[in-house]
Design a protein around this ligand. Structure first.
Ligand code: PMP
Length: 356
């Protein structure tokens, strides 16, 4: 770090993205991407003609894209905010709704970026431990008087909470934003987007990065009351009004126009998830009841880090976290059925070799 860096940032512990090694071709089950390419319509629409218009700025209001998202989710365009990945929206939310006096609250085991935003803005963050089995007690979030952030389904556990639980949290925190991060909702969860018409403190955040096979395009979206969306726009127009590039806008619209493609792919992922979960259990693993595109599993037969390293040697990348409470686990992104068969075969072989 240089001597010019603000002292405000000196102690910042930045987020560590999953590794992207280039030394060999891995089966990549470590960053929760989709194994499928974007829809054929996306490939068709991101055309040479579109590339040739890159001399022009994109529509800062993303009018067409917001219109399509509003149509698909049954809300109004003024309820929709879009940005450069959902990380960008989470960042905006921490910036907009928290400060030194107004804190945030989230679970101890959840998306690792929440505490980073908290640190970045000097926010007092209440970190609430999940129960022993990684389930979340909604009562822990009642009447907190600070912004509540819940990933639903949660990462890396894959566990979800019910709409009734979310209602309770919204009603007991009427003066604070409740942000529900639905990055993984399309793999068997249910969005609380319709509740934005009942609760003006609800912000629902989703992404094109997982179910819609567009992690590389960087596109996230959020639903909320027009007032909350205006707050996010205040930040956007104070930082980077052209926060989504032209090609991503086109790709995002085409993905909505070919919605069946992603629905079909999500079904394939769910099928591969259930297969891999059953096989891991057969091999003696404890596996959480994931409703996401990843599994969270541990075995008494092999340590989390050891399994991660053995898989890596065999060309399969999974995500291991060194945090004490979850260090025995690995998070395994669900790929294609073929990839999951290879993964299971590798795990079985690793366990067998160890027992000899
Ligand atoms: N929320 C959660 C819970 C995530 O796991 C991720 C992916 N790392 C994100 C948000 C951010 O996704 P993106 O910025 O690609 O939309």
């Amino acid at each position: 770090m240089s001597r010019y860096l603000s002292s405000r940032l000196a102690a910042l512990d930045a987020y560590t993205p999953g590794e992207q090694p280039r030394d060999m071709q891995y089966i990549k089950l470590n960053t929760n991407e989709s194994p499928f390419p974007p829809s054929p319509l996306v490939l068709q629409k991101v055309s040479e003609a579109e590339v040739s218009r890159l001399n022009l700025y994109p529509d800062p209001e993303a009018t067409a894209l917001r219109g399509k998202l509003a149509g698909l989710y049954g809300v109004k365009p003024e309820n929709v905010f879009v940005s450069n990945g959902s990380d960008d929206i989470l960042n905006f939310a921490f910036m907009a709704f928290c400060d030194k006096e107004h804190g945030a609250a989230f679970a101890d085991i959840t998306y690792g970026f929440y505490p980073v935003y908290g640190d970045l803005y000097g926010i007092d963050c209440k970190v609430i431990p999940l129960k022993e089995d990684f389930t979340l007690d909604p009562m822990d979030y009642h009447g907190l008087g600070r912004m509540v952030v819940i990933a639903n389904p949660n990462a890396p556990t894959g566990l979800s909470i019910s709409e009734a639980d979310i209602r309770g949290i919204l009603e007991s925190n009427p003066d604070n934003v409740v942000l529900i991060d639905e990055a993984y909702v399309d793999f068997g969860g249910r969005s609380v987007c319709p509740l934005i018409n009942e609760y003006d403190n609800l912000l629902v955040v989703q992404t094109y990065s997982k179910s819609r096979s567009m992690a590389g395009a960087r596109l996230g979206f959020a639903f909320g009351s027009p007032e909350l969306i205006a707050d996010l726009n205040l930040i956007k127009y104070s930082t980077n009004p052209y926060n989504i590039n032209r090609l991503t806008l086109i790709a995002g619209e085409a993905a909505i126009d070919s919605n069946d493609y992603f629905v079909d792919n999500s079904k394939k992922i769910i099928e591969a998830r259930e297969y891999a979960a059953a096989e891991l259990r057969r091999l003696g693993f404890a596996v959480t009841d994931s409703k996401a595109n990843f599994l969270f599993a541990k075995s008494d037969l092999i340590g989390g880090e050891e399994l991660y390293l053995e898989l890596k040697k065999r060309g399969i990348l999974v995500r291991h976290f060194s945090k004490e409470r979850i260090k025995d686990f690995n998070r395994i992104t669900v790929g294609t059925m073929e990839q999951m068969e290879k993964f299971i075969a590798a795990v079985a072989e690793i366990l067998e070799t160890r027992n000899q």
